[in-house]
Write a protein that binds this ligand. Structure first.
Ligand code: SAM
Ligand code: SF4
Ligand code: SF4
Length: 342
């Protein structure tokens, strides 16, 4: 069976996020707090990770059911040895219309200066870099490491030099921690060719101690920017785009906001997630995934795997962000972002 598949809310399967490692070289307090992800934490053994062959095989099946974009994430995807080889395999695939599949990657950019050229040569289409502050002090507090901001900025420059266009920088805004960095970040990335996107801090996983008071709403973020710069709203680039786009009137480029908490966009959510050990999750806030690794390793055929994937998507009715006000739903266990892939 091939062809598009839709879920119970009529949402097609269009994007696949693949977590290629559950390890990271930073310890962002909102994602992998060091108290939990310390030397006693058990990461997946190498044999537990999907191999590149396995990822490619599953990707082909997802593509046959409508996936057009694949994003590699983690953990920190640049820590996965030979990641360029995986990029190359995936970039050679075509979607149902015969167009090349778009392969993107989200990274903290600590290793990007070293890898930008090889990723570009391997066929990576686009990059998203996570950076929450330009101040070393705040960056160190948020990432719980002594990596200087300069390293990340050098990674971004290397990406531009390697020929990546449309690179985005994502900044998670946490009240009282980096909200005073909203403007300096806007000022830094204006006129740079980079689109800065502010992300509302989310209650992913169960280790970051999230509470609503820590969230700075997209509306408040935009107010801060609009007080200093003339901005006007811009049309989405494509149907289903989750970031709201704003353009600097003076031609300084664009900024975006992703209001995952205050203006949930579940009705547009077309993303499936494949965890590092090969489980399929149909929502970032899911607590259970469908194991694809074992059936795959036990020799299940492509049509049978295809059936498993399509049936799971057809049964999907996730819309956590629109239901988060319901305490019973909010109190359900959730999987960690570094494992499921942000
Ligand atoms: N390590 C890579 C990176 O940081 O770009 C890729 C994985 S990371 C889990 C993907 C994205 O999730 C990052 O942009 C990060 O800022 C975001 N993220 C992690 N925890 C978050 C949270 N609680 N709320 C909002 N965004 C979060
Ligand atoms: Fe690592 Fe990315 Fe999570 Fe930060 S957000 S701890 S860089 S996986
Ligand atoms: Fe998609 Fe789940 Fe996020 Fe809603 S809460 S947008 S369904 S991942």
């Amino acid at each position: 069976m091939t062809g598009r598949v839709v879920d119970r809310l009529q949402r097609p399967l269009r994007d696949l996020r693949v977590s290629v490692t559950d390890r990271c070289n930073l310890r962002c307090t909102y994602c992998m707090p060091r108290e939990v992800f310390d030397e006693n934490h058990t990461y997946l053994p190498r044999s537990g990770l999907l191999s590149f062959e396995e990822i490619e095989r599953l990707a082909r099946i997802f593509i046959s059911r409508g996936v057009q974009k694949i994003r590699l994430t983690g953990g920190e995807p640049l820590l996965r040895r030979g990641i360029e080889k995986l990029v190359e395999r995936l970039a050679n695939l075509s979607d149902l219309q015969g167009n090349p599949v778009e392969v993107a990657l989200t990274t903290n950019a600590v290793l990007l200066a070293q890898k930008a050229h090889s990723l570009k040569s391997a066929g990576l289409s686009r990059l998203t870099v996570s950076l929450d502050s330009l101040s070393d002090v705040i960056f160190a507090r948020m990432t719980d490491t002594d990596v200087p901001v300069k390293t990340v900025l050098q990674g971004i420059t290397a990406a531009q030099q390697a020929g990546f266009v449309d690179t985005k920088v994502n900044m998670v805004v946490k009240r009282g921690v980096n909200d005073h960095e909203i403007l300096p970040m806007a000022a830094h990335f204006r006129h740079s060719g980079i689109v800065l996107r502010y992300i509302e801090y989310m209650d992913v996983g169960s280790t970051n101690g999230w509470c609503m008071d820590d969230v700075v709403s997209a509306g408040d973020i935009l107010k801060v920017i609009a007080e200093h710069f003339d901005i006007e709203s811009a049309e989405p680039n494509f149907t289903g785009e989750v970031a709201q786009r704003w353009r600097y009137v003076d031609g300084g480029g664009e900024v975006g906001v992703i209001a995952s908490v205050t203006q949930a966009f579940c009705e547009k959510c077309t993303r499936a997630r494949l965890s590092t050990d090969g489980k399929l999750y149909t929502c970032l806030f899911a607590h259970e995934g469908l194991d694809l690794r074992e059936p795959l390793r036990q020799g299940l055929s492509d049509p049978a795997l295809n059936h498993l994937i399509a049936s799971r998507w057809e049964a999907r009715e996730d819309r956590y962000s629109q239901m988060r006000h319901d305490e019973t739903i909010r109190n359900r266990p959730r999987i960690e972002m570094s494992y499921i892939g942000g």
